[in-house]
Design a protein around this ligand. Structure first.
Ligand code: LLP
Length: 441
């Protein structure tokens, strides 16, 4: 029987949740908990859906995986296998990509405060493109590229004055954001004029990212229309037109049954149609790039925990604690994010209890799910929390000195450990003992 929620999830003969043909209870026994589990087939399916949508629209494109959502060497290699490009936002993400052997020409480097060392590292690696965020970076990149006698490909990140969050659109004139060149106040125009005159810079085009967890296409369409209002003028004035238009990420996913994401093809079709509609007679259609993070890996990941203590507050709440929490999933504490869960070893039992799932950190806010319907659970049961694949592991931390969990990929009935669990030893790896001289003072 297939569980209605997620990708290749199913219920095994013993009544256990299985993913990718692997029994999650066995996974928790073999690798321990908390444990991140990724359904690789689902990641592939999402990547292919984005690429197929572009193929259907018959435009040149790149789908860059925003690796901030979940970065490790195996994930980067999977992105490469699926023909994706890669968005990195730091020296650390770039290092991971390089160590994973990702094709450098398909790496795009983001960030609002790239350091000189990071820029040098990226220039030395000959990455495909820098998404330049501000004038300081433009000048620094030009200097460093000139020094190295290379030409850096550049997209200018612009803030178009449209912010989309789920169903809300915030229209602002000058956008109050730390990211990008402001469109309204003339910064973008000035940056284009500067960049096109720099010998060590090749201006590829423009980039914008309008928000996260977006469930409608109109935010993207509005952003495109706004950008083209300016582009039409710059085409007339300077003959400028972008080779590339990168429209960022932000495509919504399903965390709970309240979320109804669109098929990815709908976003792509709306974007390409909106661009086509803006071109007029003379401008050519640019290459369209996007940067999905959450929508590629979010629903494909789940976290397994072992149930521990219970606490019942009469007539108020029944707390059920697990062996993880805000250390492996910061999103509920940080954004009041909502999740669904199940007891993975009791899949054939009814969800008749209402529990609030607590983490194990010393912090009242360390709650994973409030008031959630679950099967009656006892200590030692395995709980699975769904849709934790994006910004779970990548925002994991060592609060209370909890070691970070392991990550396992499952596909076609096989499991593969791709990130080892941290040990206590790892936790003190960089600690240095107090100097004797200070102790004796
Ligand atoms: N491109 C740019 C320039 C971005 O800033 C982001 C996300 C993405 C692409 C990928 O967006 P996605 O498709 O994943 O929505 N920690 C937060 C999310 C922060 C997103 C930051 N930027 C969370 O857990 O919801």
């Amino acid at each position: 029987m297939i569980v209605n929620l997620y990708g290749t999830s199913a219920i095994s003969e013993e009544g256990h949740l299985s993913v990718g043909g692997v029994d999650t209870v066995k996974l928790s026994q073999k690798y321990g908990t908390a444990l991140y589990v990724y359904d690789v087939a689902m990641i592939r399916e999402k990547a292919r859906a984005f690429r197929n949508a572009f193929e259907q629209e018959k435009v040149n494109y790149q789908v860059a995986y925003a690796s901030k959502a979940f970065s490790c060497m195996a994930m980067i290699q999977l992105a490469e296998e699926e023909g994706l490009s890669l968005d990195v936002v730091s020296g650390g993400e770039l290092y991971t990509a390089l160590k994973a052997g990702f094709p450098v020409e398909r790496i795009h480097f983001h960030g609002n405060n790239k350091s000189e060392a990071e820029i040098r590292m990226a220039l030395d690696a000959k990455i495909g493109c820098f998404v330049v965020d501000n004038f300081y970076e433009l000048t620094l990149l030009e200097q460093l590229a000139e020094e190295k006698n290379v030409v850096a490909n550049v997209l200018l990140r612009i803030t178009p004055g449209i912010e989309a969050h789920t169903h809300d659109y915030i229209l602002t004139g000058q956008e109050d954001s730390k990211f990008g060149f402001d469109l309204q106040s003339g910064q973008v125009e000035q940056a284009i004029v500067q960049a096109t005159s720099m010998k060590a810079i090749h201006l590829l085009g423009l980039h914008c990212h309008i928000g996260s967890q977006i469930f409608e296409t109109n935010g993207f369409v509005m952003a495109i229309e706004k950008i083209y209002r300016y582009l039409a003028r710059w085409f007339e004035l300077y003959g400028y037109e972008p080779e590339v238009l990168n429209l960022g990420g932000g495509f919504g996913i399903r965390y709970t049954e309240e979320d109804h994401p669109l098929p990815v093809g709908d976003y792509i079709a709306a974007m390409v149609n909106a661009v086509r509609a803006q071109l007029g007679n003379e401008m050519k259609i640019p290459e369209i790039w996007i940067e999905p993070g959450r929508s590629l890996v979010g629903e494909a990941g789940l976290t397994l925990y072992t149930v521990g203590s219970h606490k019942k507050v009469p007539e108020l709440r029944h707390y059920l604690a697990v062996d993880g929490g805000m250390t492996d999933n910061l999103r509920p504490a940080l954004y009041q994010a909502k999740y669904e869960a199940t007891i993975a070893n009791r899949m054939n039992e009814p969800k008749e209890q209402v529990y609030s799932v607590a983490g194990k950190c010393c912090e009242s806010g360390d709650m994973l799910i409030w008031d959630c319907k679950l099967q009656s659970a006892i200590a030692g049961d395995t709980m699975a929390v769904f849709s934790t694949g994006a910004y779970g592991y990548s925002m994991a931390n060592n609060y209370n000195r909890l070691p970070r969990p392991a990550v396992v990929f499952v596909e076609n009935g096989e499991a593969q450990l791709v990130v080892k669990r941290e040990s206590f030893e790892d936790l003190i790896r960089h600690d240095l003992p107090l100097k004797q001289a200070i102790i004796s003072k």
